[in-house]
Design a protein around this ligand. Structure first.
Ligand SMILES: Nc1nc2c(ncn2[C@@H]2O[C@H](COP(=O)(O)OP(=O)(O)O)[C@@H](O)[C@H]2O)c(=O)[nH]1
Ligand SMILES: [Mg+2]
Length: 219
C-alpha cells in the first residue's frame, strides 16, 4: 500500500513540475487556496476576481469540490473564466486534474490563475499542483488551534490567511493565540488577516498577490 501511494505521489510530483514549468513559460502566476469547508475561499476569491478584473488584470480560476458547480457559478459572476472540477469521492485536487482542466486554455493570455482546492486541511497538503504560491486559510469561527492540529498544510503553504475577521469579536477569537499557533508551526510564515465581507485587510491580500507576481516576473 505504501509503495502504491509513493508511486502516485511521485507521478503527481513529476506532472506538477511540468505544469509549473508551463505556467512560468506562459508568465502566469498561479495561486492555490486551501482550507476547511466554509472558511471563505470562494468569497475571498470572488472579491479578488472582481477587483482584478476592474483593474484590467487578466484572471481565471479553477475550483474543486466533490460535487456541484455552485462555486464556479458564484465565481463566474465576476466575469472571469472559471472551471469547476468535480472530484467525486476524492478529497483533493491533483496535478492531473489541473492539467486536464487547462489543456485547451491559452495560458499566456492570463496574469493570474487561482485554484480553489477541495475544502479539507489534510489531503491537499500532499499534492503539488504546480502552483507558484499556496495560501492556507482558516477562519476566526474555526478556532485558533487549526495550525497546531493540521501542520502539514501549513508547512507547504507560503502564506496563512485568517478569514472572517469581522466575526472575531462575536466568536471570542483569540488573535494572539492564533498567531502563536501559526508561528509555532512556521516561524517565518507571513500572516494576512482579512474579511472578504467588509473588505478589511483585503488590500494587504492584494499586495501579497502583486508581490508574488512581481517576484515571479523578476526571476
Ligand atoms: N461574516 C463573514 N462571512 C463570510 C466571510 N467570508 C465568507 N463568509 C461566509 O462563510 C460561508 C462560507 O463561505 P465560502 O466562501 O463558501 O467558503 P469555502 O467553502 O471556503 O469556499 C458563506 O456563508 C460566506 O458568506 C467573511 O469574511 N465574513
Ligand atoms: Mg468554496
Amino acid at each position: 500500500l505504501l509503495e502504491a501511494r509513493q508511486k502516485v505521489l511521485k507521478k503527481n510530483d513529476l506532472l506538477a513540475r511540468e505544469l509549473r514549468r508551463r505556467f512560468e513559460d506562459a508568465g502566469v502566476t498561479v495561486i492555490s487556496l486551501a482550507s476547511s469547508p466554509g472558511a471563505g475561499k470562494t468569497t475571498l476569491l470572488a472579491r479578488t476576481l472582481r477587483h482584478f478584473i476592474e483593474a484590467g488584470t487578466r484572471v481565471a480560476a479553477l475550483v474543486g469540490d466533490l460535487a456541484t458547480d455552485h462555486d464556479a457559478r458564484r465565481l463566474r459572476e465576476s466575469g472571469a473564466k472559471v472551471q469547476q472540477i468535480t472530484t467525486g469521492t476524492v478529497c483533493h485536487l491533483d496535478a492531473e486534474m489541473i492539467e486536464s482542466a487547462i489543456r485547451s486554455w491559452p495560458l499566456d493570455t492570463l496574469d493570474y490563475l487561482f485554484i480553489e482546492n477541495v475544502g479539507n486541511l489534510v489531503c491537499p497538503a500532499t499534492f503539488d499542483l504546480g502552483e507558484s504560491r499556496r495560501a492556507v486559510l482558516f477562519s476566526t469561527t474555526e478556532g485558533e488551534d487549526k495550525p497546531a492540529k493540521y501542520p502539514p498544510i501549513f508547512h507547504t503553504a507560503d502564506v496563512a490567511v485568517i478569514t472572517k475577521i469581522d466575526l472575531a469579536a462575536a466568536v471570542g477569537f483569540d488573535r494572539a493565540a492564533a498567531l502563536a499557533a501559526i508561528s509555532s508551526i512556521c516561524p517565518v510564515m507571513p500572516v494576512i488577516e482579512v474579511s472578504a465581507s467588509s473588505g478589511e485587510g483585503f488590500p494587504t491580500w492584494c499586495r501579497w498577490l502583486h508581490a508574488c507576481r512581481t517576484l515571479q516576473l523578476r526571476l
